[in-house]
Design a protein around this ligand. Structure first.
Ligand SMILES: *Cc1c(COP(=O)(O)O)cnc(C)c1O
Length: 383
């Protein structure tokens, strides 16, 4: 009986799905569409249209290896990835031709890359990060096996630089690696890079490393009138940003940008593993760079700024609308994360709102319309 099966030309797609399985897919589609309609609690822009790119899903695209190097595996989008990196390097005011980076699987991978680079440069370094840091960073520190110290946060969510100063003072023998939050996950707070640099000077720290975790705000601050310092011109060494957050993408993705000379300094160590194996992952998503390229081409700088402007206007609207209902809502400067007291369980469940202890937040990306905000305020205010 096996014989007759073997006679057929080989194909694993001889059969279509059974009806019940097709129905499950339809049900999943309906569920995802429904959940997307009331999505206010996470910082992901769900308004995008990449349908022009669907034909590229017919290829086994893989961007493995360094986007700036040639590869034997040529079903890739490295050329488009490099253009995406150039755009982000401009947004982050990286010195022209003096940066390196790649499109990651998300902000987490970019943070891991930044801390990996920092540890290679300063093997005896200590990572300082605030209490309000994204939960994934403790795991990254554990994986990298690097020393670390958690620093207190202020009420608004930013790093307490007095605590940082005192802590660095008593660990003067180890180069500081500061993991700065550029928009904390819960409160959208921005750690004070200017103050951090100042205290390094005051303490006469000879060498240190600054990484910006700009998962969401990395795509906000380059487009506002008065941004808090966070980028290369402000003196940081690497920046990680998520692609599926402010820009929006059907697959999680992100970008990491670092200084080329730092990356080259650790290059030798990498050569043991294999030429130009510079990225954390081996096989890499080749579709995500195409999505980002497409979004940036269609939006242009003005389009991204329009998303940012609208999101900030919605944040302001939300604070007023909540206030009118007696809900004390607030936000940090240049932040689209609106913070308010933890609401009832049923409201959080319906709107996919993520709480943290006594607070909760919404992220006012453009799909969170004024009508949605009004309805939400109404429901939260109901006793
Ligand atoms: C979302 C977020 C991350 C993680 O980014 P992913 O893209 O989900 O991997 C890291 N830091 C901050 C501040 C975030 O908000």
């Amino acid at each position: 009986m096996q014989k007759s099966a073997l006679k057929q030309p080989f194909s694993v797609y001889d059969h279509s799905l059974q009806i019940a399985d097709s129905q499950r897919l339809d049900a999943l589609y309906q569920k995802l569409a429904g959940e997307t309609a009331s999505f206010v609690g996470y910082p992901c822009n769900v308004r995008f249209d990449y349908s022009e790119l669907y034909r590229f899903l017919g290829f086994s695209v893989n961007n493995l290896g360094d986007p700036f190097a040639t590869s034997n595996f040529r079903i890739n989008t490295h050329e488009f990835e490099r253009e995406v990196l150039e755009r982000f390097a401009e947004f982050f005011r990286a010195p022209k031709d003096q940066f390196w980076g790649y499109v990651t699987n998300g902000g987490t991978e970019g943070n891991m890359y930044g801390l990996y680079l920092a540890r290679e440069l300063h093997p005896q370094g200590i990572v300082y990060y605030s209490e309000d840091t994204h939960y994934s960073v403790a795991k990254i520190i554990h994986v990298l096996g690097v020393r670390s110290i958690m620093i207190r946060s202020r009420e608004n969510g930013e790093m307490d630089t007095d605590d940082l100063r005192e802590t660095i003072r008593i660990h003067r023998d180890a180069p500081p690696i500061v993991f700065a939050n550029i928009g904390t996950t819960m409160k959208g707070a921005v750690d004070n890079i200017a103050e951090i640099k100042k205290l390094m000077r005051e303490l006469a720290v000879p060498q240190y490393y600054l990484h910006s975790d700009a998962a969401l705000s990395g795509m906000i601050l380059p487009f506002v009138d008065k941004p808090q310092p966070f980028d290369f011109a402000d003196g940081v060494d690497s920046i990680s940003v998520s692609g599926h957050k402010l820009i929006g993408s059907p697959v999680p993705c992100g970008v990491v940008i670092a200084k080329k000379n730092n990356v080259q300094r650790i290059g030798r160590a990498i050569e043991y593993v294999g030429a130009m194996d510079t990225t954390i992952n081996g096989s890499r998503n080749g579709i995500a760079p195409l999505f980002l390229w497409y979004a940036l081409k269609r939006l242009g700088r003005e389009g991204v700024k329009a998303i940012v402007d609208e999101s900030l206007a919605l944040a302001e609207y939300a604070i007023e609308a909540f206030g009118k209902k007696g809900i004390p809502a607030w936000r940090n400067e240049n932040s689209i994360t609106v913070v308010f007291p933890r609401p009832k369980e049923e409201v959080m469940k319906k709107w996919q709102i993520a709480p943290y202890r006594e607070i909760a937040h919404i992220i006012t990306l453009p799909h969170v319309t004024r009508e949605v905000i009004d309805r939400l305020a109404e429901e939260i205010a109901q006793p």
